[in-house]
Design a protein around this ligand. Structure first.
Ligand code: NAD
Length: 444
């Protein structure tokens, strides 16, 4: 059982960035007290909403579910962040995730703030109808505090485009009850309240793959800098990826297309190690057929048992690869395994995969950790594109979306890299410094 409080981890990161900013500020003779006050503001969310959602179950009983929406900071624009369905959802976790969203949107330089929501529920225990009633109930309960210019939710763990579609529909109905003379165009723009929708409901091209593709663009940008710096990385880089869901699968697909050799992947039931390199499409097909990855060793064009072997989650993290990509859960790189990690670069595609203690160990060991708020910001970037398209009544092609995504990821990577060089600090602290600098400027 993981006992690390995610909000405390988030506040440690804020404090580290503040220490660096404080030094930079004193050099420029700025008012330190003003900075301190603004940092105090960022130590708590602007608003925490707690809702009780009554749901009629299929057998006629009523059940009551607890839900949250945390609106952390909107200095740069409407709050933005996903809605998570999980039995472990709690206020501390939602607050930490909302804080990280504020930082992530600022690193990617999006005109958005940070928020997050969640419902305490194991969605696998609900029927489809019960899931729909719960989702619509949550949308009604938070309808007053969301909207295209207030707060723009999206999918997160265990929520998806279908759920966003139900919520959008319910939100529009709730809004219509309170307004008169709303034009069809205005009604359409209300779709911008939720992102991650299906294309038919106003979703964006490229959103599903965006986090993985954005991760590739960030990785390529950072590798370019590292090679120029030290020449320590070679061609045909090897990669191990923990997690084979939306982010993990797309990441593997784009990496393989770009010439990387992905030698190990895992899911919740176990992992596979294929030294000659996995074939993402075949591996996905095997996972769909079997329901899990272990026992499938897909390389080349066939599922070939002679080319691979099963591997545990722990062993995957410690493989002698060039790049390690945690793309599943939080707190998987700990002070216990950090000393044993052999990768030269860690690309954090999951949110919060490294504990603060492990982070210190990795920095001391000279391992480059590309932080989550930069590495996985491609998802929220295309969400922001979806919001923009809905507001403008436009629909961009996948090619347009991916070109804009590439540019945003390159600019964000450059800003974080430059800050880490000029302040002689890790990429994580540099990312927080860049984000904080932008948020503080907007607060002013
Ligand atoms: P997902 O539910 O689609 O996939 C999660 C994957 O992790 C699954 O393959 C699951 O089997 C695997 N997994 C679970 N426990 C594991 C374990 N112990 N070891 C190895 N694998 C395990 O979720 P996702 O959307 O791919 O999100 C993954 C991570 O990326 C999360 O931390 C999420 O917050 C973060 N993230 C996702 C997006 C997005 O656009 N989907 C954007 C930013 C960040």
């Amino acid at each position: 059982m993981n006992t690390i409080n995610p909000f405390e981890s988030a506040m440690t990161q804020l404090q580290n960035a503040y220490s660096i900013l404080q030094k930079a500020e004193s050099k420029e003779q700025r008012a330190k007290r003003e900075l301190k006050n603004k940092i105090e503001i960022l130590k708590s969310p602007q608003r925490e909403v707690h809702v009780n959602i009554p749901v009629r179950m299929d057998d006629g009983r009523m059940r009551f579910f607890q839900g949250y929406r945390v609106q952390y900071n909107n200095a740069r624009g409407p709050y933005k962040g996903g809605i998570r369905y999980h039995h472990n959802v709690n206020l501390s976790e939602v607050k930490a995730l909302a804080f990280w969203m504020a930082m992530k949107c600022a690193v990617a330089d999006l005109p958005l703030g940070g928020g997050k929501g969640g419902i305490v529920v194991d969605p696998k225990t609900l029927s489809q109808k019960e899931l729909e009633r719960l989702s619509r109930g949550y949308a009604r309960a938070i309808a007053d505090c969301i909207g295209p210019d207030k707060d723009v939710p999206a999918p997160d763990v265990n929520t998806n485009g279908v759920i966003m579609g139900w919520m959008t529909d319910e939100f529009i109905k709730a809004s219509m009850r309170q307004r008169v003379n709303v034009s069809a165009k205005e009604k359409e723009a209300l779709r911008a309240t939720f992102t991650g929708k299906a294309i038919a409901d106003g979703g964006s091209e490229g959103r599903e793959e965006a986090t993985g593709l954005g991760g590739l663009f960030v990785l390529q940008a950072i590798l370019k800098k590292l090679k120029a710096d030290s020449g320590k990385l070679k061609a045909n880089l090897t990669v191990a990826v923990m997690g084979f869901g939306n982010v993990g699968y797309n990441m593997v697909k784009f990496l393989v297309n770009a010439g990387f050799v992905v030698i190990a992947v895992s899911d919740s039931k176990g992992g596979i190690h294929v030294p000659s390199g996995v074939n993402p499409l075949l591996t996905l097909a095997c996972k769909k057929k079997n329901g899990y990855l272990a026992g499938c060793y897909c390389s080349g064009s066939v599922c070939d048992l002679s080319k691979g072997r099963p591997i545990s989650q722990e062993a995957l993290l410690e493989l002698p690869v060039d790049i390690l990509i945690p793309a599943a859960l939080e707190n998987v790189i700990t002070k216990q395994n950090a000393p044993k990690i052999k990768a030269k670069v860690i690309l954090e595609m999951a949110n919060g995969p490294t504990t603060p203690e492990a982070d210190e160990i990795l920095v001391k060991r000279g391992i480059t950790v590309v932080p989550d708020i930069l590495a996985n910001s491609g998802g929220v970037t295309v969400s922001a594109f979806e919001w923009e398209q809905n507001l403008k009544g436009e629909h961009w092609t996948k090619d347009q979306v991916n070109k804009k995504l590439k540019k945003k990821m390159q600019l964000a990577s450059d800003a974080v890299w430059d800050a880490s060089q000029s302040l002689s600090t890790s990429l994580r602290t540099a990312a927080f410094v860049v984000a904080l600098g932008r948020i503080l400027k907007a607060m002013k």
